[in-house]
Design a protein around this ligand. Structure first.
Ligand code: NAD
Ligand code: ZN
Length: 359
């Protein structure tokens, strides 16, 4: 069976395209209870963008801090309950922020129409009804969350996405001006998520001409941005990074992530480590699996003098290592792609613990 996936319905790309958001939303305002919910990264509170959010009088605007933790099932459920109790079903949801806000917007759109807790729907095709209209405006690039079919949530039992066709955004607005203020370390970690998506997509059995074409182009852009002679946070590179993120995400849609993401999920679930940072911590030690990718990754780390701590595992007890290994082991779709049918001969709880001990 080949994947039959749904893409984002509409995409606007370009400097200043954020100014078109009000016009884009106008036709949707007649839907449901005729108001919009804007979910904006708290970073923008008090910044010029706050005054540019095209909220009308009766709209709801939430400034959400993503600093303390990644999106949780509990957070989505209580936001949904609060919104429905206050004003009923909105016309749509708009997320303005990074991967965390993208996932909150996607998940909220689905949970506004699906009863019960979001924990019931963590997995593939468990959502029963289409969500409401949702638009995404990324303000930091790399995760590919703007194009993906999943909204990753951390619940009491698992870190897993609400994954189905209805998760995909109706509209995305890609305005590279919005990512100019990203702090340098986040610019690096989140950008590397894209690079790692491509390495993993390419190196596994699901790789094919379709996923390869996107990965190849995305990696070319990453090399310009992170290793090229005009490397760094420049407007030209921001233009490229937004496209690299998109294409890295599209490559994954038709392929799969691999070893680095499997380990990263263990780090995030058990230690609460942020996704992109956790990927960088893991990628640093995966030369056995991705020799060329890891070599180039290390060149990028050195070039930008990014501080990636070593010896973290000195503080991890055997129990912690075992818990992380179990989270990683429980992602067979990643291992099947990265290693193959015989993955359980190569990957065991003990071999995973050894990989974590390298960090
Ligand atoms: P993020 O949304 O967690 O934000 C990282 C930091 O950057 C935050 O402190 C935020 O306030 C700040 N920030 C964002 N935009 C900024 C700007 N323009 N200027 C200054 N600061 C800004 O970052 P992320 O790395 O994009 O997202 C990580 C999340 O994405 C994780 O929760 C992960 O699980 C999720 N994810 C989802 C998918 C998917 O397909 N759905 C894929 C990968 C990762
Ligand atoms: Zn990722």
């Amino acid at each position: 069976m080949h994947k039959n996936f749904k893409g984002v319905e509409k995409t606007v790309y370009g400097r200043g395209s954020f100014n078109q958001l009000d016009d884009i939303l106008a036709p949707v305002r007649a839907e449901n209870n005729q108001y919009f919910v804007f979910l904006v990264d708290n970073y923008f509170k008090g910044k010029p963008l706050e005054n540019r959010v095209p909220a009308h009088d009766h709209d709801l605007v939430y400034y959400i801090s993503v600093e303390e933790h990644e999106p949780t099932t509990e957070q989505i459920d209580s936001l949904r309950d609060e919104i429905l109790a206050q004003k009923g079903l909105p016309s749509g949801v708009v997320g303005i922020g990074g991967g965390s806000i993208m996932d909150i917007a996607k998940a909220l759109s689905l949970m506004l129409t699906n009863e019960g807790s979001s924990t019931l729907y963590q997995g593939l095709n468990l959502i029963k009804k289409p969500g409401i209209y949702h638009a995404g405006v990324p303000t930091i690039s790399g995760t590919g969350a703007e194009v993906s079919m999943t909204a990753v949530l951390t619940g009491p039992e698992k870190k897993l996405g609400l994954k189905c066709e209805w998760t995909v955004f109706n509209q995305i607005v890609l305005d590279p001006e919005l990512i100019a203020s990203v702090p340098r370390n986040w610019w690096f970690y989140t950008g590397m998520d894209t690079y790692i998506h491509c390495i993993e997509s390419e190196n596994g059995r699901l790789n094919n001409a379709y996923s390869h074409a996107y990965a190849e182009q995305s990696m070319k852009l990453c090399r310009d941005i992170y290793l090229g002679e005009n490397s760094g946070q420049t407007p030209e590179n921001d233009d490229k990074l937004m496209v690299a993120s998109l294409m890295g995400g599209l490559s994954l849609t038709y392929s799969e992530v691999g070893v680095c993401h499997a380990l990263s999920y263990g780090l995030s679930k058990i230690l609460g480590m942020r996704h992109c940072y956790a990927n960088c911590i893991a990628m640093n030690h995966l030369e056995d699996f991705y020799p060329e990718g890891v070599k180039e990754f290390k060149e990028m780390v050195a070039y930008h003098q990014i501080d990636l701590p070593q010896g973290l595992s000195n503080d991890w007890s055997d129990d912690i290592l075992t818990q992380m290994a179990h989270v990683s082991y429980g992602l067979p779709h990643m291992w099947l792609h990265a290693i193959g049918d015989n993955w359980q001969e190569v990957i065991t709880i003990d071999s995973l613990k050894d990989l974590f001990r390298r960090m």
